[in-house]
Design a protein around this ligand. Structure first.
Ligand SMILES: Nc1ncnc2c1ncn2[C@@H]1O[C@H](COP(=O)(O)OP(=O)(O)OP(=O)(O)O)[C@@H](O)[C@H]1O
Ligand SMILES: [Mg+2]
Length: 332
């Protein structure tokens, strides 16, 4: 009895709630993740991202609500769910005293592969994640980026159709982050569905076809990256002039490409506006400024950040302080 073919969604959650003591981590989360894409779950520290992932991965149980993964109820058939998912958590699960190869063989065996198959799969994964050279060294000596890649490789030992990645790039340097992004993209190209949590709009924007923004245990917005960015006014173009007297001319130039009102900041001698086609607007504006000979300090594109998304959606900045988030918590 395979429910998989019946369900068009990789994940379907409704009204999921979870409290830890007095802390309401999830206050009724709804989530629909279509198959075959990277789906981003975006939110600041303490928003509830890991709690969602842990419930979907059957590591903890929800207090209320329902969640189906690959069409299977996580509360009723956790073992079935586990056989269809991979999980790479916020904290690496690999055994640091084993080598990379030994770790992968062990995960393969744990997921039910025969010894020879586990060995072949380990070799394949080491190759794929660019770990072949380090394969026979204890993973204790791996860099942070290598450990994350090994952890991700381990979660793929059983070729799961659905993969949960909890902040796969937090703490990685920019180069390791790029490697991780390309690995994730490859997985999706091969047909894997990836639910990825992140604190970075840039990452969700780059990888995800759809994003749910989660805040204080509730999904407060859902859509494509373009839709979410449009809600904060999309990409911004900013011009900083040297002479305050040039502000008005800069404003006029910017108004020709702006999709909305031009914002003038006399104190910082800047004008700023949302634009539709960033690179093109940048080229236009830079050209006109040069043609008019206006001295500038800076002309540049400004991508919205998670903070701006939050401000636009909630009217308050994203909190990265669990304590602050807990202060106005109702206790009944
Ligand atoms: N085992 C636990 N015991 C007590 N409180 C918990 C537990 N797990 C999570 N919480 C609380 O639940 C809330 C949501 O936590 P969660 O780990 O899901 O957030 P997150 O979005 O993953 O944050 P981060 O970006 O920091 O990983 C937080 O207030 C957190 O302190
Ligand atoms: Mg987390």
């Amino acid at each position: 009895m395979d429910a998989r073919a019946d369900s068009p969604l990789a994940v379907q959650a409704e009204g999921v709630r979870k409290s830890f003591g007095k802390t309401e981590a999830l206050c009724g989360v709804d989530l629909s993740v279509p198959r075959g894409m990277v789906y981003g779950l975006l939110g600041p520290n303490g928003a509830g991202k890991s709690t969602v992932v842990r419930i979907l991965a059957t590591l903890i149980r929800a207090d209320a609500g329902t969640a189906l993964v690959d069409g299977v109820d996580v509360a009723r058939k956790p073992a079935t769910v586990r056989s269809r998912i991979g999980l790479a958590g916020q904290y690496a699960a690999v055994d640091e005293y084993l080598t990379g190869r030994e770790n992968l063989e062990m995960f393969g065996r744990l997921s039910g592969l025969r010894k020879a198959d586990a060995r072949a799969r380990a070799t394949e994964l080491l190759e794929r994640f660019d770990l072949t050279d380090a394969a026979d060294r204890p993973s204790k000596g791996y860099s942070g980026g290598m450990r994350r890649r090994l952890d991700l490789a381990a979660s793929l030992a059983a070729r799961p159709p659905i993969l949960f990645l909890d902040e796969p790039t937090t703490g990685l340097d920019p180069r390791s982050r790029l490697t991780m992004w390309s690995v994730i993209q490859d997985l999706v190209d091969d047909g894997t569905t990836v639910l990825l949590t992140t604190q970075y709009l840039e990452e969700a924007d780059r990888l995800a076809q759809r994003i749910a923004v989660i805040d204080r245990g509730v999904v407060i917005a859902e859509g494509t990256p373009a839709e979410l960015k449009a809600r904060v006014g999309g990409e911004g173009l900013e011009v900083a002039v040297v002479e305050p007297a040039d502000l008005e001319r800069a404003r006029t130039i910017l108004s020709r490409v702006a999709t909305d009102e031009v914002f003038v900041d006399p104190e910082r001698r800047r004008v700023r506006a949302a634009v539709a086609d960033g690179p093109r607007a940048l080229a236009d504006v830079a050209g006109q400024i040069a043609a008019e000979g206006i001295p500038t300090e800076d002309v540049g594109l400004h991508r919205p950040t998670l903070d701006e998304v939050f401000l636009a959606l909630t009217g308050r900045p994203a909190e990265d302080d669990d304590g602050a988030a807990a202060t106005d918590e109702g206790s009944g």
